[in-house]
Design a binder for this molecule. Structure first.
Ligand code: ARG
Length: 449
């Protein structure tokens, strides 16, 4: 099948296969967004006199039909068709003839793929935020539920000071707040319209870029058309940082889970059907879910580096290898969203050991408590430290295990309300409603996503 750009010569099949690679399969995931971009672009073309009302009506009727087909899963990029952009234009031209051939005025596939990606990333980032929020709410619930259940705190993996399951669950919840600050930065950078930059140098047609910005629900636009093209790679790099930030939180949590599930710790447990067995050792209940999560999330932390290495030293302007960024980013979203959902699911089934501190080896957790008590009774800190140290050396250390600190951030005051308020504030900064409204307007309410 001929290319959009083909004149007389057929491109060599080896070259075609090498340059297209996995792009068609990944483009398929952007199809709905490609149609949205074309709906906005053609509305704008008509407003500046490059398409008449009759053609616009025909084009938009067919674009909406294609959108509905995509939603139903009835859309493929046919063999020999180079990409999603070519497929949509080809379908239009097959169905409505010349009107279909008019949609590409003032546009290049370079800004078309840019806008498709921005819309796709926006959608994926929203899924990430929603799943992170679910995990966050569950962690806060667990934290509240277990606020009085003590847990040994460790430094250097050596018994250190008393902690609680309330603090432990709540720590990961607060970590997710900061991670979403990163996602918010990525969202803001993503949420700017590149459409109208064409091949990367704008167009001699009087394109109304403000209009497509509003139609697509973008907050703003990439004003400089050369910069708009530079946004490819940059947007991905910043998104990669944000995804990697959440992944780091999940990977640490997964590692804690594996450790705490070990018989040597036995701090938490899961129903048997959420663990896996061994083909040789009949007693096994392995934490494979958390191990796979740790691996996926550690791999996700390589994403910023992968994106950087692929784009390092590229001069300004479009380059074909930018296409390969899809191979990095698309599966990264899938993996991270899966991990967030799985973490929530697992935590809905966690049981915690409420008697960990009955084991005498944890008495030392209270050494600082004993020192502090002496200090409150007037003993200088260093003397109190020595007295407790000596008692421990002589095997004469029997601490009081009741702790009831209620100051800010202590075991008795987890500040989950403050952490939740911080989370609500970050989430409130994502203008999902505006985006959803714009898309509903573009495709017509009945067919909205
Ligand atoms: N598949 C291409 C990409 O993702 C689409 C843009 C093609 N543009 C071009 N000038 N070859 O970058």
């Amino acid at each position: 099948m001929s290319k959009l750009w083909q004149k007389t010569t057929n491109v060599d099949a080896l070259v075609e296969n090498f340059t297209v690679g996995r792009d068609r399969e990944l483009d398929r995931q952007m199809a709905a967004f490609d149609v949205l971009g074309s709906l906005a672009h053609t509305t704008m073309l008509q407003s500046i006199g490059l398409m008449d009302a009759a053609d616009l009506a025909l084009v938009q009727r067919e674009l909406k039909a294609i959108y509905a087909d995509i939603e139903k899963g009835n859309f493929t990029i046919e063999d020999g068709v180079e990409d999603v952009h070519s497929q949509v234009e080809m379908l239009l031209t097959q169905r409505i003839g010349d009107a279909g051939k008019k949609i590409h005025s003032g546009r290049s596939r370079n800004d078309q793929v840019l806008v498709d990606l921005k819309l796709f990333f926006r959608y994926q980032l929203q899924q990430v935020v929603e799943q992170t929020d679910k995990l966050f709410r569950h962690l806060i619930e667990l934290s509240e539920e277990h606020k009085n259940v003590l847990l040994p705190g460790y430094t250097h993996l050596q018994v250190a000071m008393p902690s609680s399951f309330g603090l432990w669950f709540g720590a990961y919840a607060e970590g997710l707040v900061d991670d979403l600050e990163m996602v918010l930065a990525a969202w803001k950078i993503t949420n700017k319209n590149p459409l109208g930059s064409a091949a990367g140098y704008g167009s001699s047609f009087p394109l109304n870029r403000t209009m497509t910005t509003q139609l697509l629900g973008f907050e703003s636009l990439n004003h400089n058309v050369v910069y708009a093209q530079m946004g490819r790679g940059k947007t991905e790099r910043i998104i990669a940082q944000a995804l990697s930030s959440i992944a780091a939180t999940l990977a640490k949590m997964a590692m804690d889970q594996c450790l705490y599930l070990s018989q040597n710790f036995a701090f938490v447990s899961y129903p048997e059907n959420l663990t896996t067995g061994s083909s040789i050792m009949p007693h096994k209940k392995n934490p494979d879910v958390w191990e796979i999560m740790r691996g996926k999330c550690n791999r996700l932390q390589a994403l910023p580096n992968d994106v950087a290495m692929m784009t390092t030293n590229l001069p300004s302007g479009y380059h074909r290898e930018l296409q390969l960024l899809k191979e990095l980013l698309f599966p990264a979203f899938t993996d991270l969203i899966d991990c967030l959902q799985m973490a929530t699911f697992m935590l809905q089934n966690i049981s915690v050991n409420k008697n960990i501190l009955d084991d005498p080896k944890y008495a030392y957790l209270f050494s600082v408590e004993e020192v502090n008590k002496s200090v409150l009774n007037g003993t200088p800190f260093r003397d109190a430290y020595k007295q407790v140290g000596l008692a421990i050396e002589q095997g004469n250390f029997y601490p009081d295990k009741n702790i009831s600190h209620t100051h800010e951030g202590s075991i008795g005051n987890l500040q989950n309300a403050e952490i939740t308020a911080a989370m609500n504030k970050v989430i409130g900064s994502f203008d999902f409603k505006k985006v959803e409204h714009a898309i509903e307007e573009l495709v017509g309410k009945s067919e909205s996503r």
